[in-house]
Each structure stands twice: as structure tokens, then as C-alpha cells.
Design a protein around this ligand. Structure first.
Ligand code: ADP
Ligand code: FRU
Length: 295
């Protein structure tokens, strides 16, 4: 069991399941409605908790009923929330999500009115006993300070960075992480139609990290710091149920794989298997745990 700190978002996800995706200006009924705790870093930690790790979340919440709902859910899943900052006003981040029952696809409309977790918040944490730090790629300036500070004071703790969206200046963080986890959205924003080409370009400029990029139903690719690339097909579940948080689950699989001292290609294969398993079920509970223990 490793101690993992995740820094990033926790959200309130309002999920409406529809039989098929509506047209603009339609009025349709949903076939299911759920309110769940979400957020990239939070989802990743909940999966890592199931894989047997001791996880803590660092982020911002509002001191209201929604904030308590999110905090309770994390604690129920064994994720420690003592490092979170509670603010008095504003709203927790809310995602309104249409989940297409026909394809498993998810369409997210996100609302945000909350300060970001600051470097001052991060600096007050006791990191000494941590085995892994995972950062959600947002709030770039503060993250840069967190990376530099943690590297100076705790150089041996491995650090992963998720790059899902193209935030201005985020490339400035690439040389600071050990593992970079890219999304298809980020690759598209940089004009790449092939994930290996994105990773080769990143590797040329920042050769010190192991790189991953997910590609939805087409699986994912990796490129290790030695320059070896691997393509992995997706692991297709018997029935596609819910792809919300597939990327967050993939990231949990990668972190767990490295903690179990797997090589990069094995990490990639197991992360795709875990993400595919997640796509076959609703939410993040009861995922298959095979293949993740021991070095
Ligand atoms: P995100 O959730 O960030 O949009 P992706 O859609 O790229 O991320 O999915 C992450 C991983 O989840 C993929 O690399 C793949 O392994 C798995 N995955 C995503 N969609 C499917 C699918 N339809 N069938 C099987 N696996 C999937
Ligand atoms: C899924 C997710 C949702 C959240 C949204 C935030 O990856 O973390 O749970 O609402 O993304 O961008």
C-alpha cells in the first residue's frame, strides 16, 4: 500500500442518462438521473483507493451541503480530505452531464465559481510520508511553484501530471513531472491526429518523463523515457455503460502500475484493461482489481 496525494478538482456531477443524444432545441425525457461526486483528481483517487492505496485529496470545497456531500463521498471511499480548503462563499464545481445509454458517451457542461488550490495551501501540507504526488493540470502558475517546491524538499517522491485541457502555459510543467498523462482533447488542440506523434514531439523537447496519451475507444499509447513507444487497443467491455471518468480511471491504473514496479508497456496494458472495465459499469465502484498488486 502506498500513500498518494492528489491535487485537483472534486465536483458535483448531475448525470442525466438519455436513450440517445438529443438534437438542439429538443425536449426529451431522461431514463435515469443521478447525482454523484466527480472530478478528475478525486475520481483517480477513489479508484486508487480501491486498488489498496491510502489516498488523500487536496483541493477546494465550499462549506455548504454540496461541499459536505462531496467530502462525505470521498471519505466513504477511504480518501482522506483533511488537506482540502473550505471556503465560505461560492459554489462547488458542477458538471451537468448527458450520458448516452446507446453509446456510453458523456457530454459535459461544466460550471465553476471557486478559487483554485494555492501554493500556500500546498506548502502547508506534510508530504514527508507520501509515496506519490498526482497533479491535475490546471492552475498552472501555482502548480509550477508546487512542483519546484516539492522537488526541492522531497526529490525522491514521484510526480505525475494529467494534461487534459490546453491551459495557457501548461507546457512549462512538462519538464517537472516524472509521468505525463495526455488526453485526446489536448492532442487535438495541438493539431495531432495520432497520439504517438504528440508523444514523440513531447519526448524530443522533454526527454525525462514517461508519457501516455489516451484515445477513447481506440485505446492508448505510451512512450517511455528511453524513446520506446507502444500502442494498446482498448479493452472493450461486454456492454458499454458509462465512459464518464474513463480517463481518470486510466490515470489511476498508470499510477498503480508504476507503484507495483511494472514496466511502461505493462502499465499501459493494465491501465487500458482497468479503464475498459470501468466503461462497462456505472460509476467507479467494484472494479476488477486483478494484476495490480506486488512488484
Ligand atoms: P476521457 O475520459 O478523459 O475522455 P478517454 O475517452 O480517452 O478519456 O478514455 C480513457 C481510456 O478509457 C482509453 O484509453 C480507453 O482505454 C478507455 N476507454 C474509453 N472509451 C472506451 C470505450 N468506448 N471502450 C473501451 N474502453 C474505452
Ligand atoms: C470526468 C470528470 C467528471 C467531472 C469532469 C470535470 O473525467 O472528472 O467527474 O465532472 O470530468 O472536468
Amino acid at each position: 500500500m502506498a500513500k498518494i496525494l492528489g491535487i485537483g478538482n472534486a465536483t458535483l456531477d448531475i448525470i442525466l442518462t438519455v436513450a440517445s443524444y438529443p438534437r438542439e432545441d429538443d425536449e426529451v425525457r431522461c431514463i435515469d438521473r443521478a447525482i454523484r461526486r466527480g472530478g478528475n483528481a478525486a475520481n483517480t483517487l477513489v479508484v486508487l483507493g480501491q486498488l489498496g492505496h491510502a489516498c488523500s485529496w487536496a483541493g477546494v470545497l465550499v462549506d455548504n451541503a454540496d461541499g459536505r456531500f462531496i467530502q462525505d463521498d470521498l471519505e466513504t471511499h477511504g480518501v482522506n480530505t483533511r488537506s482540502c480548503r473550505l471556503v465560505e462563499t461560492g459554489s462547488v464545481p458542477v458538471s451537468s452531464i448527458l450520458l448516452n445509454a446507446g453509446t456510453g458517451s458523456r457530454t459535459i457542461v461544466h460550471y465553476r465559481d471557486l478559487p483554485e488550490y494555492s501554493f500556500a495551501d500546498f506548502r502547508s501540507l506534510v508530504l514527508r510520508s507520501m509515496d506519490w504526488l498526482h497533479f491535475e493540470g490546471r492552475n498552472v502558475e501555482a502548480l509550477q511553484a508546487m512542483f519546484h517546491w516539492s522537488r526541492e524538499h522531497y526529490p525522491s517522491i514521484p510526480r505525475s501530471l494529467e494534461i487534459e485541457k490546453p491551459h495557457p502555459g501548461i507546457e512549462g510543467l512538462f519538464s517537472l513531472a516524472d509521468i505525463l498523462l495526455f488526453s485526446k482533447t489536448y492532442a487535438g488542440s495541438r493539431g495531432y491526429a495520432d497520439p504517438v506523434e504528440l508523444l514523440q514531439s513531447v519526448h524530443r523537447h522533454y526527454p525525462g518523463a514517461d508519457l501516455f496519451c489516451t484515445w477513447g475507444e481506440n485505446g492508448a499509447v505510451s512512450l517511455d523515457r528511453g524513446g520506446r513507444s507502444t500502442r494498446q487497443a482498448a479493452s472493450i467491455p461486454p456492454r458499454l455503460v458509462d465512459t464518464l471518468g474513463a480517463g481518470d480511471t486510466f490515470n489511476a491504473g498508470v499510477i498503480a502500475g508504476y507503484l507495483a514496479q511494472r514496466d511502461t508497456a505493462t502499465v499501459l496494458r493494465q491501465a487500458c484493461a482497468l479503464a475498459g472495465e470501468k466503461c462497462g459499469r456505472s460509476g467507479f465502484d467494484d472494479l476488477a482489481l486483478s494484476g495490480f498488486s506486488g512488484p
